[in-house]
Design a protein around this ligand. Sequence first.
Ligand SMILES: Nc1ncnc2c1ncn2[C@@H]1O[C@H](COP(=O)(O)OP(=O)(O)OP(=O)(O)O)[C@@H](O)[C@H]1O
Ligand SMILES: [Mg+2]
Length: 358
Amino acid sequence: MSIIPDNNDFKTEHNITRKNPVVKAESLDSDKNFENSIRPKSFEAYIGQSALKETLKITIEAAKKREQPLDHLLFYGPPGLGKTTLAGVIAEQMGVNIRITSAPALERPRDIIGILMSLKGGEILFIDEIHRLNKVAEEILYPAMEDFFLDMTTGKSQTVKTLRVPLPKFTLIGATTKAGELSGPLRDRFGIIHRLEFYTEDELAKVITRTAGILNIEITEEGARAIAKRSRGTPRIANRLVKRVSDFALVKHDGKITEKVANDSLDILKIDAFGLDTTDRSLLKLIIEKYDGGPVGVETIAAAIGEDVRTIEDVCEPYLLQAGLLQRTPRGRKVSPAAYRHLGITDRDINDQKSLWN
Ligand SMILES: Nc1ncnc2c1ncn2[C@@H]1O[C@H](COP(=O)(O)OP(=O)(O)OP(=O)(O)O)[C@@H](O)[C@H]1O
Ligand SMILES: [Mg+2]
């Protein structure tokens, strides 16, 4: 029996995932309204990230005592861990307004100039995906962040003049999933830089119970824990799963999410005990069965499973790395023994497979 699925298998599995991206940590258009309705607005409601929360509380307290705006802050970490949410909590705590934008919306110089000039004293400017800011926008930001003024040029060639326009003191909060792609000079202008961590099962169970409460969904402690286990350490996924499982509970049961209802529904959604979906499993299986466990280059993996490199790097890999199923080496990706165990692939299967090739 071959343990290597042929290409069609990969395709089928891949298509299922595409239609049903329920465990992808990236935000989907369909999430937007739902997410805004359940976003925590205070530190009390914001679950987990306790070390970061404590530091921030002190920083906020100090800024308030000095009657100064907060230092510029940069949050980085995988999608769906609560960067945008935290920026909102900070604004709430400071009692100031927050202006939300993202780097791709600041393409032309006048976009960033316009937004900076419209800020009022103490306000927070939140720039999402800040690693995608272009060079011109970055250079406009430097003096704005450092000394709160804009360098504007007027006139043409020989008559060109630089005008310094003062800005009110504001706080920039940047968020990125790719801290490594941020330019050095921009990174250096943030006073506080923090990484958001994946959530523990306990924390996710709390997120789930809280969301169920807001949505009037009945859930047991075990039910919440069962969903938490398969949420890839990510609140966004946990929240999405609560909604999906609740649909199953309503249609197939009496509406209440118990451990069994949660597990049965997640099985139907093809989300396994580690929260992996079919694309993740295809990726691991491919490395094990076609490349002897790796190392293998990410481009090769992408071509074989019909995904693009960015999706693999940004969506699949962060959690596979964190869960210890995959390793990054200078020569490419390698699976860990835990991945073999998780997929139920034994040495014997591998040897059988090798004898088939020889
Ligand atoms: N600490 C938390 N406690 C409770 N809910 C949370 C927490 N963090 C995030 N969430 C929930 O998860 C969802 C996603 O969070 P958020 O949009 O802040 O993630 P993000 O890190 O900004 O993601 P992206 O990188 O895609 O922008 C939100 O709807 C929010 O309700
Ligand atoms: Mg965000």
